[in-house]
Write a protein that binds this ligand. Structure first.
Ligand code: NAD
Length: 499
């Protein structure tokens, strides 16, 4: 059985705490590898390596650090097919979607190539008599990223590319369900010229996460995963004096106003709801059509669209999406379909019981559509994270606006309309972090920043973009005066002011 090892100081590291976990092939249901689960002692090795390497890396001038990022970008591009295949083999998403996963991470590497410009400080000449004030951005030192299973390339790169370009050493603890791509990315970064110890990968579960949260030399933790764990990581990191940005779960709504281009909205929603088997934090698992006629038209067209969908193995170019990540997760999603039925919702299309010929043990679930959901239902309140779309009908714009605003999650939302007044009001008033106007998956591009509200995001700085640079650096503010600026020997016991 293949063993997936840690990656510390530029080399595979197989010391473990005696524990390992199965890595599955979701297409077949078979165990394909064992990933080592590290402990605090293993983390200590990674921190020692980072501690040794980081000061020198921070002293490399930003243009030279950027050149490593340029080479890293080229290597990721050159290895795109290999990375996508490896990613699909452990996650299950179809190859084209796996390439999208790598590509969205690559775009953050492209952003990080501009780090010299991003790290420039401010300067005010003559802020007082002979006094200049300036600021500088400095790396934090050693920082860590803890990532979920659903984007094993994109999310490590959201964090790592920016953290490293800023001059930090980055320790990544990827999901133990699909850990191979993160290790491969660290190998490629080394090949790109990154010094040993600047990008270490440690595998593990809660034990390793806790070791990271408690390690005094790790100055910041970036987390993406489910909300309860995001909340836990945020609290424990903060208690230990660390910076933390912790992104959580989601339940994104798609609002359809009566004037929307319905064919376009259905095409957009079907991809956003069922793509990647619904295992995206920016998926659209709830649709809120406004008015009875809108709901009817949407439902009819959606049912027709669902009939053309079929899950398949990742290498099948005809398949729109692949299996769920594990059998356990599939069972959880199925239990939510049953819960919705028990709560009185209408199961319009039931994806349970689907079996893919030749892959009967794979974790496939056909698309499911549930109508007549109400805000009181637990199946609506919770994140399901599968190929399940719920319809929550609204009678007015105000009612539709209230649903995403009142939901515990506030990651993304989309509105489909031709009416600019409503769209503008919606964007201004909705209590959600990322808004799409006729855009189903409004993941901001790499030079903006990504982050949800409420239980979708704990912390005050978002991922990547300028917020990422702020998160991974701290500023120094310098107020300087030189003798030629007119120093007067004087004593003052009053706070200096500009009066
Ligand atoms: P998860 O919370 O199970 O795992 C995330 C990370 O936390 C993993 O590295 C895992 O090893 C670790 N972890 C798991 N249990 C832990 C525990 N008890 N204590 C400490 N650490 C623990 O999430 P997942 O299932 O891998 O990913 C899916 C979730 O991530 C969904 O809720 C999805 O919405 C969310 N997500 C959010 C965003 C976002 O940006 N908001 C993006 C992608 C995924």
């Amino acid at each position: 059985m293949r063993s997936i090892t840690h990656f510390i100081h530029g080399a595979a590291q197989s010391r473990d705490g005696g524990r390992s976990a199965d890595v599955l092939d979701p297409s077949t249901g078979a165990v394909q590898a064992q990933v080592l689960l590290g402990d605090a002692a293993l983390l200590e090795d990674a921190v020692a390596s980072a501690r040794q390497a980081q000061p020198e890396w921070a002293a490399v001038n930003p243009q030279r650090r950027a050149r490593v990022m340029f080479r890293f970008k080229e290597l990721i591009e050159a290895h795109m097919d290999e990375l996508a295949a490896l990613l699909s083999s452990e996650h299950g998403k179809v190859i084209a979607d796996a390439k999208g996963d790598v590509q969205r991470g690559l775009e953050v590497v492209e952003f990080a190539c501009g780090i010299p410009h991003l790290l420039k400080g401010d300067y005010t000449q003559g802020a007082g008599p002979g006094i200049d004030v300036y600021s500088m951005r400095q790396p934090l030192g050693i920082v860590a990223g803890i990532t979920p299973f659903n984007f094993p390339a994109m999310i490590p790169l959201w964090m790592g590319a920016v953290a490293i370009a800023c001059g930090n050493a980055f320790i990544l603890k990827p999901s133990e369900r699909d850990p191979s791509v993160p290790v491969r990315l660290a190998e490629l970064a080394l090949e790109a010229g990154l010094p040993e110890g600047i990008f270490n990968v440690v595998h593990g579960d809660k034990e390793m996460v806790d070791a990271i949260l408690d390690h005094p030399d790790i100055k910041a933790v970036s987390f993406v995963g489910s909300s309860d764990i995001a909340n836990y990581v945020y609290a424990r990191a903060a208690q230990n004096g660390k910076r933390a940005q912790c992104m959580g779960g989601a339940k994104n709504h798609g609002i359809i106003l009566p004037d929307a281009d319905m064919d376009q909205a259905v095409a957009d929603i079907v991809g956003a709801a069922y793509g990647s088997a619904g295992e995206r934090c920016m998926a659209l698992p709830v649709v809120t059509p406004v008015g009875e006629a809108t709901a009817q038209a949407f439902r009819e067209k959606l049912v027709a669209a669902i009939e053309t969908l079929r899950p398949g193995i990742p290498s099948d170019p005809q398949a729109q999406y692949g299996p769920l990540v594990t059998g356990q997760h599939k069972a959880r999603v199925e239990s939510y379909i049953q819960m919705a039925a028990d709560e009185g919702a209408e199961i319009v299309v039931d994806g349970r019981g689907f079996s893919l010929q030749g892959y009967e043990e794979g974790f496939y679930l056909a698309p499911t559509l549930i109508d007549r959901v109400t805000p009181q239902m637990k199946s609506y309140q919770d994140e399901i994270f599968g190929p399940v779309l719920q319809i929550l009908r609204a009678e007015s714009f105000e009612e539709a606006l209230s649903y995403p605003s009142q939901h515990q999650y506030g990651n993304g939302v989309a509105i489909f309309t031709r009416n600019g007044d409503y769209a503008r009001r919606f964007a201004a008033d909705v209590e959600v972090g990322m808004i799409g106007i006729n855009v189903p998956i409004p993941v901001p591009v790499a030079y903006h920043s990504f982050g949800g509200w409420k239980r979708s995001g704990f912390g005050d700085l978002d991922q990547y973009g300028e917020d990422g640079v702020r998160f991974y650096t701290r500023t120094k503010k310098i107020t300087q005066r030189w003798p030629t600026g007119g120093v007067v020997v004087d004593q003052s016991f009053v706070i200096p002011t500009m009066k």
